[in-house]
Design a protein around this ligand. Structure first.
Ligand code: GLU
Length: 444
């Protein structure tokens, strides 16, 4: 048996925009396949559109990939044995093979341009790992209006290679074993196969990925909300959750497992389990996944995610130490779907100001409540359990009183919220002095 070839895959973005959901998804599936097989993940920048390509976009794409945790093994910034990894730096290579095709009579010149001849009667069917058998004859590659067999421009008159040509040269020279990309490229694949054959090269395996749709089943676009990966970062979604969520668009681990880390996903990933059915971008699912990852985070890491949102809201984060804040967020665990929401829901731990802003005393029986508070503050111990014990027995001693009639106003005075973690736990963490200050302010 021949030795198994090292799996080599690539993500080949054109730097003409930010890293979008679709691009991130394609990059991620390539990464998963490389890691699953112990292979290599290559980043190649397809910047032959000189007008629309920019260095800035190249950089945002790279930092978006890094944010998602998709580190590459070879690429324009780190090099590798198969470089250069930017198409604009490979023009002489494209020229060389185009000349070869011309000299072999497989391509011809038309002015400055070089055109690849499409011969009729060729079977250019292929078996896609995801979509299965795709049957195409070269005769099908016809010009729309004239119905003439359509030759393929490989070098344009400005000297730049076209996508369908450059991609073949690069995928071959970079030893790519699996071409994993969006299903919008299925129709390009037969043309690429013709070029592989003309050059006498082995054709790689193809796996096209399903389209990503919005909830209305239309192609995901700006209308559906944020489309760039960074917008999700800025909304407080965690890279781990975004990774987890994108991995589940068109793939599942085969059981009900929905929450996983990068390495778990890499271990479980199989190209053969990718579905052809378009995947729907479901915000509820993203929120659920993010919430689960937030819950599972190390408290200090979680604080690192939440704190910037407190700062952004103008809250005085220097008034407490990180241990206090991390404890507060541990209490909050499971509340808030994003770091941003968690920051909003926990602002009262940072400062009393937002509590005052939300306060209204409508319908409160101040006198009665004050007796309840006095009982609480008489506690020798400022611990959740002790406070709850006191509250229960005090309320129990009142004719017809219910715990919630006292716990709710207490919660509102301490947090300015109608929902919060257990209010006695909140009180313990805030501390006796701070609680006294807040209660006095509203009821004193
Ligand atoms: N630059 C192409 C794109 O962004 C790459 C397609 C491919 O992976 O072959 O769509």
């Amino acid at each position: 048996m021949s030795e198994k070839k090292e799996v080599r895959v690539r993500f080949a973005p054109s730097p003409t925009g930010a890293l979008h959901i679709g691009g991130g998804h394609t990059a991620l599936f390539n990464w998963l396949w490389a890691r699953h097989n112990g292979g290599k993940f290559i980043l190649r920048i397809e910047d032959t559109d000189l007008v629309r390509s920019t260095k800035e976009y190249e950089e945002t794409i790279m930092s978006g990939m890094k944010w998602l945790g998709l580190e590459w093994d070879e690429g324009p910034d780190i090099g590798g044995n198969y470089g250069p990894y930017r198409q604009s730096e490979r023009l002489n290579i494209y020229r060389e093979y185009a000349e070869k095709l011309v000299s072999e009579g497989k391509a011809y010149r038309d002015g400055e341009a070089i055109i690849f001849k499409v011969e009729p009667g060729q079977d250019i069917s292929f078996k896609d790992i995801v979509y299965g058998q795709i049957d195409v004859m070269s005769d099908g590659l016809r010009e729309k209006d004239t119905d003439k067999l359509k030759d393929i421009v490989i070098i344009k008159s400005d000297g730049m290679p076209t996508y369908n040509y450059a991609v073949v040269i690069d995928d071959h020279l970079m030893n790519i074993t699996h071409v994993i990309r969006g299903e919008d490229h299925i129709s390009n694949t037969p043309k690429q196969i013709l070029i592989y054959r003309a050059l006498g090269w082995e054709v790689p395996e193809f796996a096209h990925l399903p389209m990503i749709l919005g909830r209305d089943k239309k192609k995901l676009s700006k209308r559906h909300g944020a489309t760039s990966i960074y917008e999700y970062r800025d909304m407080g979604y965690m890279p781990d959750s975004m990774f987890n969520f994108l991995a589940l668009l068109g793939w599942s681990a085969g059981d009900d497992k929905e929450i996983f880390t990068r390495s778990e996903a890499a271990e479980l990933f199989e190209l053969s389990r990718v579905t052809r059915k378009a995947a729907v971008f479901d915000f509820d699912k993203l929120n659920h996944i993010n919430q689960e990852h937030l819950k599972a985070l190390d408290p200090m890491v979680r604080l690192g995610m939440v704190k910037p949102f407190w700062i952004e809201a103008g809250l005085p984060v220097s008034e407490h130490d990180d241990k206090y804040f991390a404890d507060a967020l541990t209490l909050m665990a499971g509340r808030g779907r994003t770091a941003k929401e968690m920051a909003e829901f926990s602002d009262y731990f940072v400062s009393f100001t937002p509590v005052k802003d939300r306060w209204n005393s409508e319908g409160l029986d101040k006198e009665k409540l004050n007796k309840f508070f006095a009982a609480l503050f008489a506690s020798p111990e400022w611990k959740a359990e002790a406070l709850e014990e006191i509250a229960r027995s005090w309320v129990g001693a009142q004719e017809g009183a219910k715990m919630k009639d006292f716990a709710m106003p207490l919660r509102f005075a301490l947090t300015g919220m109608k929902v919060s973690p257990g209010i006695f736990e909140v009180a313990e963490l805030l501390g006796r002095d701070e609680c006294e200050k807040r209660i006095k302010y509203f009821f004193g």
